[in-house]
Structure formats: C-alpha cells, structure tokens
Ligand binder design. Structure first.
Ligand code: BTN
Length: 247
C-alpha cells in the first residue's frame, strides 16, 4: 500500500479525491493523504473536523476480488490495523465500538468511512477513509462533538509524531489485508473481538428503520452485529449506530 501516494496540503475530502482517482482507474493500494480537509466527511452525512497538521487524514483505494457482501469486513479490518499501529507506536490501547469507531477513555479518537463501488456480484473498488485525531486540542472540536471526542495527544498528555504513526498504520493495514486475502475473515474477526468494547454490553442500536435495545452478542462472518433483546429475540445489524449506555 502507498506505492502511489498523493500528498495534499489541503483538500476537500481525501475520500472524494480517492473516488475520483479510482473512477479514473487508479491502482489498488493508492493512498491519498492531506494535512487538512476543508470538507472532511463522516458517516451518516456528518462532517469530520480535520484541522491542518493535527491529525492523520487519509484514504486508501482497494480492489479486492470479492462479492459486495464481504466488503464491510474491510472496515473491521481497518479498525483492527489502526488499533495495532497505535498500540505499537504509543502504547495506548484503543477500543472498537461496532462497527468502526475507535475509542480512548470512552471518547472517539478515530473514525473510518468506507465507500464501495460495486456491481451486483463484484466489487469494483473500495475506498477506506481513516481519520485519526493525533494532536488535536480540546478547542479544536466543535461544541457538539467535544464531549464525545478526544485525541491521542489529549489521552497521552504528549504530542505524537504523525509520520511514523502513519507509516505504521499503512504497514499494519497491508499486513492485515494480505492475511485477509490468504486466510479469510476469521483472523480479522478474532482480532476485532479482542479489541471490541461492544460485545457483552447492553446496547442501543439505531438502525435506519428502528431503535433496538439488547445485549451485543457477537459479530457474524459478514461483520454484522448480533443483538439479543430482553425477550430473547436475536437481531442482526449490518449497519447502524450503537450507543453503549442505553437511556
Ligand atoms: C466517522 O464518521 O466516524 C468516519 C470519519 C472518517 C473521516 C476520514 S478523514 C479521511 C477520510 N476523508 C473523509 O472525508 N473522511 C475520511
């Protein structure tokens, strides 16, 4: 990964650039990284605060030969890779909230936005967009996200060197991607479960149709979350928003 790397001082959104490059035939492994995003995007149409030189804002183009149903596995894979890289470089253990929020001290420190272009039976490309709050200070966050957001700097009490961390994330991503191609989803699933802070918890899932409350039991081999409600009914979610403390 990163054999071809586009580096921008400022860009709207690295995911947007990645999709345009992928549409123009950019090869697998192309990486787009920016010091600053003026229109950084999060999941569910939200914006992503990406101030200059304070975070690690990048996207990777992948072209796996798999069916579209397997694509969400790569989001979980990316979460696993970032957890490993951050732990190796800083010692900070991050927890994964399903599907792909990385938390430190209960607050979000990294988000992953996966965008897929696919035919019915084959993936054309996947853009994995990763936003890691490295050296953001409390005042960098908007008042709305501030209570739920943090950075490595705020958690560690010292700034982190972004370049070696970025390099480590890319090498962990590459290692896990190769392993996924050779061995399938099982090892990713095990690593994801080890870092999960969702499983075994009472959760509320806000999916597009409903709100469902119960105990998060497991993830299945597509990466969907299995939740059991008080009546013993088990539901499976392939997308949605999880809150860990039901109200
Ligand atoms: C989330 O909502 O949790 C996902 C946030 C993803 C942010 C990253 S930053 C790099 C890439 N470019 C974007 O516009 N978004 C992703």
């Amino acid at each position: 990964l990163g054999r071809t790397l586009y580096y921008y001082d400022e860009v709207g959104s690295t995911n947007q650039v990645a999709k345009e490059l992928a549409d123009d035939g950019a090869p697998e492994g192309t990486v787009i990284v920016a010091e600053c995003q003026t229109g950084g995007r999060g999941r569910r149409g939200r914006s992503w605060i990406s101030p200059a030189r304070k975070g690690i804002w990048f996207s990777v183009i992948l072209r796996p030969r798999v069916a579209p149903v397997q694509a969400p596995q790569l989001t979980l894979l990316a979460a696993v890779a970032v957890v490993a890289a951050v732990r190796e470089r800083t010692g900070l253990p991050l927890g994964i909230k399903w599907p792909n929020d990385l938390l430190a001290g209960g607050r979000k420190v990294c988000g992953i936005l996966t965008e897929i272009k696919a035919e019915i039976d084959a993936v054309e490309y996947i853009v994995l967009g990763i936003g890691l709050n490295a050296n953001l200070e409390a005042g960098d966050f908007s008042p709305e996200v501030s209570p739920q957001a943090t950075s490595l700097y705020l958690e560690l009490g010292r700034p982190v060197e972004r370049l070696p961390l970025f390099q480590r994330i890319l090498s962990c991503l590459e290692k896990w991607y190769e392993r996924w191609q050779d061995e399938g989803f099982a090892p990713v699933r095990e690593a994801w479960k080890e870092a999960s802070i969702t499983l075994g918890q009472e959760v509320r899932v806000n999916s597009w149709r409903e709100v469902f409350q119960g105990v998060a039991l497991d993830i299945d081999d597509e990466g969907s979350l299995l939740v059991r409600d008080a009546g013993g009914r088990i539901r499976r979610f392939n997308s949605g928003e999880v809150s860990l403390r039901p109200v």
